[in-house]
Design a protein. Sequence first.
Length: 515
Amino acid sequence: MVLAELGSSLANALTKINRASKIDEKTLQILISDIEQALLSADVSTKLVERLKANIREKLRLSELPAGVDVKRVIEKVEITNLLDSKRKAYIPKRGKTNVIMFVGLQGSGKTTTCTKLGYYYRVRGWKVGLVCCDTFRAGAFDQLEQNATKARINFYGDRNEVDPVKIALEGVKRFKEKKFEIIIVDTSGRHKQEESLFEEMEMISHAVVCLVYPLHQKKKKPNDTILVVDSTNGQQLEAQAEAFRKRVDVASVIITKLDGHAKGGGALSAVAVTQAPIIFIGVGEHINELQKFDTQRFVNRILGRGDIATIVEELKEHKLDDQKELMEKIQKGIFTLRMMRDQFQNILKIGSFSSIMQMIPGLNNLPKESEDASQQRLQNFLVLMDSMTAEELDGDIALIETSPSRQRRICRGAGVHVNFIFELIMVYKPFAGFAKNMKNMPFAKNGEMPKNPTQMANMLPDSVLKQIGGMSGFMNLLKKFQNADAESALQSMQNVQARTKGMQRMAKAQRRRR
Ligand SMILES: Nc1nc2c(ncn2[C@@H]2O[C@H](COP(=O)(O)OP(=O)(O)OP(=O)(O)O)[C@@H](O)[C@H]2O)c(=O)[nH]1
């Protein structure tokens, strides 16, 4: 995601403060112009950048600043978070009630795809979801939504022969409401540009839906949530588009799509600032599960390279992957089979794409795009390979495959991949299996937690990793920081270790070259 690049430019600008021995007018000026540069090159609108600069100046009047104020924190916490934060709270659907969510946006912004993604998001969390296709403008919209809905196992309503979107909205919402559906998503038409007829149609659908949802005496004039879908690749134009929608419908939330591509993303942020509506999700791919919940503070952490462990933990919980008792019990007995590895890889893909998980892990979120894609592809190749194995191979000793070229050929033929992949898979599998073997005989707490004895934990790490951490004393230090919940400082130590290792590698390379 290119927003990550914006994050690293901002983070670079901010680290200059760390290096500066004292913050004076000159340092502050350099910092502000670095931030301005980073934002403008990410397509954030000039108006917004000017506002941000003025705010920083206002908050950081150096002559009036009390001693001990952390300038970096002020900029990070207040200004960068403010850039993304809206004054309005996101709508939270209510269980057991009818929640009507209407989608609006320009043609091709990703509305239809996102309707299904959002429906799927709620369905897998146990909500009763219905999709209504009111897009009578684009010929293929009905089929697209119907196919997507079928794939996602979501109920769908549309009428191929009806040309009036308002009638479809009325009928669809009425039917789903009668059947006590909790989330009713209404997809509306998009146009090439903001046209009067599009806005009139949107308003009419909105009113029609409202008549059904609310009793007559209530004077509500809008669906529960009206989501504006904006395509991050539209850059600077997004601000004007968002403004046009805001004037005509009550945009209550925003979803930014296609943040997985080469979009600079800053334009989308500017659009959000115009609507003053919160970003609730971001689209990070074409697949149904490639929709991520958006939380401003976590996102700021992520773009500034600090990772977002909280989201991973939440995702694990939501997919009920946090309680893997059976897996832990087997590992404690020293068992780790290819089937277990396959299940874990599938779990990774359940949470999202490999790259989206990487984005959330501190230290790994600035990996170059190519290596993320390559890792995702590798993971998928491994899954196909394991899918073409027999139960005996999945549950038995790896030697069964390792010592049999005919098995290796059969598996790779079945998976349609080059035979080299099976060796790669074995190489990936062996350290996991070795790790499980080391875990055997470890005294565990009753609930299957990690060993309590730090020496035993350190012994489970490969020598090279332990060395990088700074040996046993470095490991103890790190552990202490984690125990004190000082994750940020622990992370800093790990990053220092990484930097030191890189430095040592560079020196060794230079020495080799000199020799
Ligand atoms: N890479 C990527 N592609 C996306 C994302 N969201 C949607 N798309 C793609 O964007 C294209 C347009 O998406 P649609 O959902 O058809 O757009 P729409 O806004 O409904 O278009 P209209 O129905 O014509 O108004 C499709 O090829 C989608 O697969 C995303 O988050 N990432």
